[in-house]
Structures are given as C-alpha cells and as structure tokens.
Design a protein around this ligand. Structure first.
Ligand SMILES: NC(=O)C1=CN([C@@H]2O[C@H](COP(=O)(O)OP(=O)(O)OC[C@H]3O[C@@H](n4cnc5c(N)ncnc54)[C@H](OP(=O)(O)O)[C@@H]3O)[C@@H](O)[C@H]2O)C=CC1
Ligand SMILES: O=C(O)C1=N[C@H](C(=O)O)C[C@H](O)C1
Length: 256
C-alpha cells in the first residue's frame, strides 16, 4: 500500500481553512493529521508528524508560522496574504539554511486566476493604459488583495522589461484615494461588497480599443484544486516559490 502524505492545516476553522480541511479529508493520498485554530500551539504539528502544512490564517501571523515550519523541516503551502518584499527576503535567507524544505506562497490558488494574471502580464506591454479592479466579500481584512498586488507586480515588470512608459494620467485635482492605490505604479481599486467572493478585472486600454481580463471565484471550491496541487508538489520544489504558476508549465498546460 502507498503511504499517505501527512498534512496539517493552520486556520482550520476559517472560511478557507475549513474548505481545505474538507478537500484534504476527501483526497485518497492525503492524511489530515492536525487542524489548528488560533489558540492551538504550533508545537503540536511536530508530535502529529505533519510533513506539509497549509497556512490559511491572517497577515499578521503567517510569517512567524512559516518561520516555525521551516525551522522544523516541514514544507509549507501558504495562501495567506501579507507577504511583503521584506518578509519574502527574510524567508529566503532562512531557507538558505534549510535547502531541502519547500515553501509555496500562492496569492491565489484558483487556476483561472493564475492564468488571468499571466494573460494580463502578457498583454500589458501592448497597451498604453492598465488598471486593476479587485472585488471581494466585506469580511476580507486586507486591501488591496494579494492577488491584485501580485498581478500589478507581474504587469509592472513585464512593462519595464519591454520599455513601456507609465500609463498616462492627467489627474491633478484628486480626492484622496480616488485613483486607487499604486502597486509598482499600477493603480489598484478595491471594492468590498456583500454577496461577492473573489473577483478581479484587469483593464487595458489603447487608442480606440480596450481589453478586459476578468476572473471570478464564486465559491471557495475554486481554490481547492490549487491547494491540493500545492500540497502534492511542494516537497519536489525546495526553496521559495511565489505563485502557483511556478508549479505549472503555462506554455504547454502541463504540471512541472
Ligand atoms: N491564496 C488563495 O487562493 C486564497 C487566500 N486567501 C487568504 O487566506 C487568508 C484566510 O482567509 P479566510 O479563510 O477568508 O479568513 P478567515 O478570517 O475566515 O480565517 C482566518 C483564520 O485564521 C485564524 N487566525 C486568526 N488569527 C490568527 C493568529 N494570530 N494565528 C493563527 N491563526 C489565526 C482564525 O482562527 P480561529 O477561528 O481559530 O480564531 C481564522 O479561522 C487571508 O489572508 C485571505 O486573503 C483567501 C482565499 C483564497
Ligand atoms: O480574502 C479572500 O477572500 C481572498 N484572498 C486572496 C487575495 O487577497 O488575493 C485570494 C482571493 O482573492 C480571495
């Protein structure tokens, strides 16, 4: 008989964590050995024998959780937002001392969202203007979304590599926030509305034409294939990977 992979979930009672607990429980190759809430000690992961730990908590807790996991040689699949450039740099430095450990930081586990961000980055060099609108449920604690921040970074670096100048904008009289937040120079507008789950539009414009790239998650079930892919793949990708696209071959549609 093949051995089951021992997996644990942090934030197990949350909206995403509870969905992940169900998905892992239904996967024939995975064994859910721990499901922790905010008051449970991380040390219990060690006695539970977790090999892969999924973090679906809060921005203020995720970096210290992952530090603990790497210290204890556990692979981490992280969906939680709040990973600033400084936090990522600290994690990379820690991982240098633990070369067999894999960490996946995935701002969005929905395959459609990963593709939409990749399409937007491809398109961004060909248009004069680009802006992002992200729309979420009103219980979300962070803005802009991690997905929007990541999409903006991908767009900005694709435009910079192609020598595309910043989008034109003649605004000089502005109510604070009216033009959104700037992420690497890309305006990002955040909507919080009851009834929504997780949605994003990238608007690209040039003289006489517009391209809109939109993705909708109507249900957290949309994130589960990506969570399971991350769990099954993380040990084979030592070091830090940011974005589920790092585990997908987007050119051929295969999995790396
Ligand atoms: N990558 C992706 O595809 C997705 C990512 N997300 C991200 O995942 C994260 C969780 O989202 P969501 O499930 O909606 O949020 P919830 O608020 O529903 O759940 C968060 C959970 O985190 C736990 N928690 C709170 N504080 C701490 C702490 N200090 N230490 C450890 N755990 C803590 C809570 O546990 P308790 O209930 O026990 O207090 C709670 O159950 C967010 O950052 C969100 O942006 C969300 C959807 C998709
Ligand atoms: O909080 C959420 O709900 C989501 N968070 C992630 C983000 O901030 O991008 C992923 C998805 O958008 C849902």
């Amino acid at each position: 008989m093949t051995e089951l992979l021992p997996v644990a979930v942090l934030g197990a009672r949350g909206r995403m964590g509870s969905e992940a607990v169900r998905a892992i429980g239904a996967a024939p190759d995975l064994d859910l050995v721990a499901a922790l809430g905010s008051s449970d000690p991380l040390e219990s992961l060690v006695s539970a024998g977790a090999a892969v730990v999924v973090d679906l908590t809060v921005p203020e807790a995720t970096a210290s959780n992952v530090r603990f996991l790497v210290d204890h040689g556990m692979h981490a699949v992280v969906g939680t937002t709040g990973w600033t450039a400084d936090r990522l740099a600290e994690l990379e430095a820690q991982l240098a001392g633990s070369p067999a450990t894999g960490v996946l930081i995935a701002p969005n586990f929905a395959l459609g969202s990963v593709l939409a961000s990749a399409f937007a980055a491809t398109a961004a060099r060909y248009f004069e203007s680009v802006e992002i609108i992200e729309l979420h449920h009103p219980d979300k604690v962070d803005a802009p979304s991690g997905t929007a921040a990541r999409t903006a970074q991908l767009i900005a670096s694709a435009r910079a590599a192609a020598g595309v100048p910043l989008a034109p904008d003649a605004t000089r009289d502005e109510l604070d926030g009216a033009r959104g937040a700037r992420v690497d120079g890309v305006p990002v507008h955040s909507v919080r509305l009851r009834g929504l789950t997780a949605h994003q539009e990238v608007l690209l414009g040039s003289p006489g034409e517009q391209l809109t790239i939109r993705h909708d998650s109507y249900d957290r079930a949309s994130f589960m294939p990506g969570v399971l892919l991350g769990i099954r793949s993380v040990a084979g990708h030592p070091g830090l990977t940011v974005g589920l696209d790092g585990y997908l071959d987007l050119q051929t549609g295969g999995r790396s």
